[in-house]
Design a protein around this ligand. Structure first.
Ligand code: SF4
Length: 582
């Protein structure tokens, strides 16, 4: 079972050829986030622009993928079009299991295809198909075409981009098997720059499971915890949208470009309303018995007098906050209709929603005009936002071209920085306070998943910056361990250190089981080293005024505390990045 090396497929799109490389370092780099960083060190260039064809697009899985439930994520790493620095994005779907069945710990894609292409890889297959006829085709249509074209349904994973990715917009995502996404920091544009419309991973091989009772009993114990205790219940039940009403009650839900943190009408887009009115079914990533992916529907009249079609759309807290509360929407079906348009264009839903919230306020304040927005953006007007998303994904004019590069790029040109809801990238759906704002603004992925800052804000009343920064660094280290495995972070209360060690031991990874903390520390440092070497300077990060004006259940934001946190966390990040030598 255990391998002390990584088996990596390296594909050069310029030649259409690939080779399988054995890479040492399992005991040092573990997999997932660690392997992705090690591969970027080997194949990437911190000093060259993200558009360079030689820059790699990397996908990695972990040592437990395929062996234990919820080890179901894939890490994607690249030089980000958003800030031209080293970045990671994570997604599930069938991607991780397909890579495992194909026999690879990692996939590295370099070069640029001569024409718009689809890369198909499997355990015995590598093909670069010319799909120039799919140029400009939206994600839903291209999904149908690709599924027809590529065999192996059920065992394959298809990663694809929409018009936003082809237009090299830093807000472009990579969609995985329709309902999951490498959403943030512009992986879709990296595929676009490589002339890559899609990557299909065929899970067409087999792998052996450990013999004997130890593995079987351990698997059973994990499975039981996941399915018979209430630890994962909230994810299957209402799912992450349960947070909408909770955060609204706490005065911590970003609403109308964060002009408010609570709204009496939020019930219309609560998790309960989505479940009661729109939910069709739950689905799951491959290898997950939880099934937290909630699928709702949009219904559209396509012909008079009474011809309708419906499409299935996945929803979560983040898309609901970004296209719902941030845009003043209080109707669940209208939110799904906006998400549907975002999906078609292949945009990151959080970035697109938050950027349009800024544009709406900028228009109301006269910072920009309808000459720029082309549509009269108004909070609560779903039709206007659907049209604006079409313009954003297709880069209809200079304004949308700039906005698609990130709100701050539009701010540089038009002004309106004070009310830009950007923390390193467009904010996530938690207005909980100083620790979360610091965590997202400076965090490695600028993500709410880098560390539990939002939870710290809710639990800790004291204002001790040293203690808060220690928490962020330690929590990040724990999450780095999980994202190197690569576990779904929803299972973090189950996959504690002892269980992880048992799982690793049972597959023969004894050194890793005994040295998890040291390995996680090394990976944490290696990632920060790459980030700093590719240009990140925490001292240059600004937290816009809007975040300092809000009222949460704790009262006003404490600007001194926020500034101290930012300074201290930035200092520690620089120390971490400098400490790594190999
Ligand atoms: S809990 Fe949800 S996101 Fe996590 S692996 Fe299962 S289906 Fe995927």
């Amino acid at each position: 079972m255990s391998r002390d090396y990584f088996r990596v497929l390296v594909v050069n799109l310029a030649t259409g050829k690939g080779k399988v490389v054995k890479m040492d370092g399992r005991d040092r780099h573990l997999g997932g986030s660690g392997l992705a960083a090690a591969l970027f060190k080997k194949y990437g260039h911190v000093d060259k622009a993200w558009t360079e064809p030689s820059q790699p697009l990397i996908f990695t899985i972990g040592p437990l993928t395929g062996y234990f439930p919820l080890m179901s994520k894939t890490v994607c790493s690249f030089k980000s079009p958003y800030h031209d620095q080293y970045a990671e994005s994570h997604a599930g779907g069938r991607s991780a299991l397909s890579l495992r069945f194909a026999g690879y710990d990692g996939l590295v894609i370099i070069g640029r295809a001569p024409a718009l292409s689809c890369l198909i890889i499997g355990s015995r297959q590598l093909e670069l198909k010319d799909v120039h006829y799919m140029k400009g085709i939206d994600l839903q249509k291209s999904g149908k075409m690709l599924r027809k074209m590529i065999g192996g349904a059920g065992h394959r994973s298809i990663l694809r981009i929409g018009p936003a990715g082809e237009n090299l917009l830093p807000m472009a995502c990579i969609t995985v098997d329709t309902y999951r996404h490498f959403g943030r920091l512009g992986g879709g544009a990296v595929m676009g720059a490589k002339n890559l419309k899609a990557v299909a991973i065929l899970g067409d091989g087999i792998f052996d499971l450990p013999e004997g009772k130890t593995y079987r009993n351990l698997f059973e114990a994990v499975y039981q915890q996941l399915t018979t205790t209430d630890m994962m219940d909230k994810y299957h039940n209402l799912g992450t949208p349960v947070n909408v009403a909770i955060l609204n009650g706490l005065k911590a839900l970003p609403i109308r470009n964060l002009q408010q943190t609570t709204d009496p009408d939020i019930e219309g887009i609560s998790g309960e309303t989505f479940a009661n009115d729109t939910l069709l079914r739950n689905t799951a990533c491959a290898g997950c018995p939880v099934g937290c992916i909630h699928i709702g529907f949009v219904r559209e009249k396509f012909m008079e007098p009474n011809q309708y079609l419906y499409r299935q759309i996945s929803y979560d807290h983040e898309p609901i906050f970004a296209t719902g509360s941030m845009l003043g929407m209080t109707n669940a079906f209208k939110v799904l209709a906006i998400i549907d348009m975002v999906e078609k264009m292949g945009l990151d839903v959080m970035s697109a929603g938050v950027a349009l919230a800024w544009a709406t306020e900028a228009l109301a304040r006269g910072v920009i005009s309808e000459k720029e927005t082309l549509v009269p953006l108004k909070f609560g007007d779903a039709d206007g936002y659907k049209e604006a998303i079409l313009h954003l994904g297709s880069m209809s004019n200079d304004f949308y071209r700039l906005l698609g590069q990130g709100t701050m790029k539009a701010v540089e040109h038009y002004g309106g920085e004070d009310f830009a809801c950007v923390l390193g990238q467009e904010m996530a759906g938690y207005a909980t306070g100083e620790v979360f704002f610091t965590s997202q603004a400076l965090g490695f992925r600028h993500s709410h998943l880098d560390a539990g800052g939002y939870s710290y804000d809710q639990k800790q009343k004291d204002k001790d910056p040293q203690k808060a920064v220690e928490f962020l660094l330690k929590d990040e280290q724990g999450r780095v361990l999980l994202t190197s495995m690569v576990s779904c972070l929803f299972a973090r209360e189950i996959y504690k250190e002892q269980l992880l060690a048992e799982c690793l031991n049972c597959l023969g990874y004894r050194y890793l089981a005994d040295n998890m903390n040291e390995v996680a520390q090394h990976i944490q440092k290696m990632r920060w080293q790459l980030r700093l070497a590719s240009g990140f300077d925490p001292r240059g990060v600004k937290i816009p005024k809007r975040f300092k004006e809000i009222i949460t259940w704790k009262g006003e934001i404490d600007e001194n505390y926020l500034n101290t946190l930012q300074k201290e966390y930035g200092k520690r990040i620089v120390e971490l990045g400098r400490a790594e030598e190999d």
